[in-house]
Design a protein around this ligand. Structure first.
Ligand SMILES: *[C@@H]1O[C@H](CO)[C@@H](O)[C@H](O)[C@H]1NC(C)=O
Ligand SMILES: *[C@@H]1O[C@H](CO)[C@@H](O)[C@H](O)[C@H]1NC(C)=O
Ligand SMILES: *[C@@H]1O[C@H](CO)[C@@H](O)[C@H](O)[C@H]1NC(C)=O
Ligand SMILES: *[C@@H]1O[C@H](CO)[C@@H](O)[C@H](O)[C@H]1NC(C)=O
Ligand SMILES: *[C@@H]1O[C@H](CO)[C@@H](O)[C@H](O)[C@H]1NC(C)=O
Length: 281
């Protein structure tokens, strides 16, 4: 799960036209996020390009959140000789955004949080959990991109989560294993063939989901894929050691068969006839 979130630290101050004398947002008490004095804005180097300041309420928007943004956020505001301050804590998990307590009423969270879930595979379905209950869509909770993205609008403290995403696919809900017990079967079951014969090689293997196949002649890959390799009207040049390789794209494992030697002989028929005629005598 990746987070692509944007959070708003909103103050509870009513919007004012008159600029604040100074506003200072800090992270973990020491790192300057933004410092505003007489409407002149200085942004801390770690926050360039990912904060927006709202002068009328001294609220702050923070974007492109990462795990490193976990910590305490504080603001002090000077207005008409009075000092107002507020603090809040943000905890970000890999799979969720958790919004926790404000120590004063001055700062609240709002804004939207988007979480997206990614996994490889086809026909995936996504289920989002809020704690242990299933997330359902509403005005405030949007599920998009086939359910892989969750957006929560006007995040509140009750959206503590933790949010997690469960991915399933028709295949991966079953177990995957293999490939194992690979076997290369020749039909007809012999090693010596006459020129012009038709030969079928079948690669049998245990694999869930079904394996994908590659074929090799003397170690060189053949263009064929599929569990059966058919050699029609064979020529002597097709003699050699054949092997197949099975690959399971879920377990990402492969297995290669023992080579089977195929010899294509122009004289096969002739030798067989000689043998038969020997019997007759
Ligand atoms: C900020 O503070 C929190 C909790 O006190 C700590 O876990 C986190 O590592 C701090 N972050 C940075 C970047 O120093
Ligand atoms: C989000 O909050 C704003 C301002 O409080 C409100 O106007 C809007 O209707 C809210 N949106 C939803 C989906 O609740
Ligand atoms: C998550 O669960 C809490 C408490 O069960 C609920 O108040 C909140 O609205 C839920 N949030 C979402 C986004 O489902
Ligand atoms: C994985 O292998 C199965 C079975 O051969 C196939 O249907 C599926 O398309 C493959 N998936 C990918 C991502 O290649
Ligand atoms: C096939 O394999 C056998 C035994 O492993 C080896 O003696 C032979 O040279 C191989 N043939 C070719 C064409 O590589």
């Amino acid at each position: 799960v990746t987070t692509a979130s944007c959070l708003m630290f909103t103050t509870t101050l009513s919007p004012t036209e008159k600029p604040f004398q100074s506003v200072n947002w800090v992270f973990n008490l020491t790192t300057a996020i933004i410092f505003v004095i007489n409407s002149e804005i200085t942004i801390g180097p770690e926050y360039e390009g990912r904060v927006t300041f709202f002068p009328s309420t001294a609220s702050l928007e923070l974007r492109s959140l990462t795990l490193d943004d976990t910590g305490e956020y504080g603001v002090s505001i000077i207005q008409d000789g009075k000092i107002l301050s507020g603090r809040t804590t943000l905890v970000i998990y890999v799979s969720s955004v958790l919004v926790t307590s404000s120590s004063t009423d001055l700062v609240e969270f709002s804004g939207s949080v988007s979480l997206s879930c990614s996994a490889s595979g086809s026909s995936l379905s996504f289920l989002w959990l809020n704690g242990s209950s299933e997330v359902t869509a509403s005005d405030r909770v949007h599920l998009t991109d086939g359910g892989s993205s969750l957006t929560v609008i006007n995040v509140t403290r009750s959206d503590q989560g933790p949010f997690s995403c469960r991915v399933s696919s028709p295949v991966s809900t079953g177990t995957s294993d293999g490939p194992e017990n690979i076997n290369l079967i020749l039909s007809p079951p012999q090693g010596c063939f006459a020129v012009g014969s038709d030969i079928s090689l079948t690669c049998s293997v245990g694999s869930r989901p079904p394996a994908q196949f590659k074929w090799f002649l003397n170690g060189d890959q053949l263009p064929d894929t599929g569990s059966e390799l058919r050699l029609m009207n064979v020529q002597m040049s097709q003699s050699g050691n054949y092997s197949c390789q099975a690959f399971n794209n879920r377990t990402l494992r492969s297995q290669t068969s023992q080579p089977s030697a195929i010899t294509v002989l122009g004289k096969c028929n002739f030798m067989l006839k000689m043998y038969n005629s020997t019997i007759r005598f």
